[in-house]
Every structure is written in C-alpha cells, then in structure tokens.
Design a protein around this ligand. Sequence first.
Ligand SMILES: *[C@@H]1O[C@H](CO)[C@@H](O)[C@H](O)[C@H]1NC(C)=O
Length: 277
Amino acid sequence: MALRFLLLASCSLVAMASAGNLYQDFDITWGDGRAKILNSGQLLTLSLDKASGSGFQSKNEYLFGKIDMQIKLVPGNSAGTVTAYYLSSQGPTHDEIDFEFLGNLSGDPYTLHTNVFAQGKGNREMQFKLWFDPTKDFHTYSILWNPRHIIFMVDGTPIRDFKNLESRGIAFPKNQPMRIYSSLWNAEDWATRGGLVKTDWTKAPFVASYTNFNANACVKASGRSSCGPAKSGWWNQELDSASHARMRWVHKNYMIYNYCNDVKRFPQGLPPECSIA
Ligand SMILES: *[C@@H]1O[C@H](CO)[C@@H](O)[C@H](O)[C@H]1NC(C)=O
C-alpha cells in the first residue's frame, strides 16, 4: 500500500487534450517583439530580420502524446533561414525530437530535416522534400510519441518511425518530459545548398505562421496523479499496413538523406538501429 502510494505520488502526469488558444499553450521567449500571438490566440507569427530572429516555447512539458501544429513557412526567397519546431528536454543527456525546415530560393524546394536524440545522442538525421509547397498554405506537422514509437507525420502521412529498440540496447526517449520549442533564425552558413546561398536581407522580414495547435498528451503537472486516461488511441498506435505503404512512398520519392545509408559517415559501421527493420 505504501509503495503504491509512493508510485502514484511520484508520477506527476496528467492526461490532457489541448486545442485552440495559443496564449494558453505558449510563451514568446525571444525576439524583442518579432514573435506575436494574434487573432485572440488563433495565430502565432515568428519573424526574422538582420538584427534578430524570434521564438516561442510551450508552457507545458509533455511526456508522450500526439502533438499537432499547423505551420506555414516563410514564402518567396527563404534561403538561409531555418524554421525549427521541436520537442526537447533539458540537460546534457537530453532527449529531442526535431523538425527543421531549411529555406530555399523561390521555386526551389524546402528541406525538411528530422532528428531524434535519446539521452544526449543524436546523429540520426533524415531529410525530405515535401510533396506540396509548404509556403502557400498551412500544413499539419505531427509528432506521435508513445512508449514504443516516435512517428513523424506530415498532413497525417507518416514520414519517419523511430522505434523503441531498448531491448537491443538502443536508448529511447521515455523518461524526460519535453517542452515544445520553435524559432525562426538565420543559418545562412549552412542551411541552403550547404551555405552557398546566403540570406537576402532585402527580403526581410521573413515570417513563418502557426495555427491550430493540438496536443493530446500527458502533461507534467505537479500534484496530479497519473497518465492513465491518455492510454487510448495514440498511446498504442503504430503504423498499419496502409500507413507503412504511405511511408514507403515518401521514402522512395521524397527522401533526400538517410543517416542509415551514409556508410562514409560511419566507417566503424552503421548505427545498430539501421540494421533492424
Ligand atoms: C534547395 O534547392 C536546391 C536546388 O533544387 C536543392 O539542391 C536543395 O536541396 C534545396 N534545399 C536546400 C536546403 O538547399
């Protein structure tokens, strides 16, 4: 009984669905007025000019969830700019789940860069083109994070499935709550064509927009009891055969880079998860 009480008391997670008001879910963290929440909390914009970028972070820390955000990326010549949208915990052995959008010249495709860090170790980059122009309209970028999978999705199409392979000795993010962070910043040294194309400041300010945030997630909140009610839907979700087929379509047609194919980069052998289907 005493043990049971202790376990309950130490697990300060509460299941929560959140939708709608960006004021409720996020704090603007930097940019000196360049980041704005507008339309009574329905829209958030980040902007970047020569002096500074800008960013925001979630008020909550999450430990597992299905987290959706609609983003419209910097239109026109966005070369040199990076819009980062990611989950991260704190500290030297942090966990992290990344979406990063690398801008490009007008008419050239954005690169969607993804990565997963577990206990401080990343080096798991996969990059994609998109099958639409991400600057014309809002599109939904989702992270489905449960104890067995981290699935990256774009408009509901899975593009990446990072599996829990702890049984094979590979770390998986599952103990450290993460906040959501996003920023728009200048990365002209490397972002576009490896740094060959620089930011054109005559096109500033550059603006990225966010709307329709939805988190069906476990939220860390002191004093609350458990994550129990969240254990439905996304908690047990994994890719069915139709979703696998969609992901294969993305990998075949839109994948630009996969660390698991980069033999030169890992002369001692590819990371172990690469040889486990
Ligand atoms: C930008 O466009 C060029 C030309 O199509 C392409 O090679 C590159 O991968 C694109 N993305 C970035 C981030 O440079």
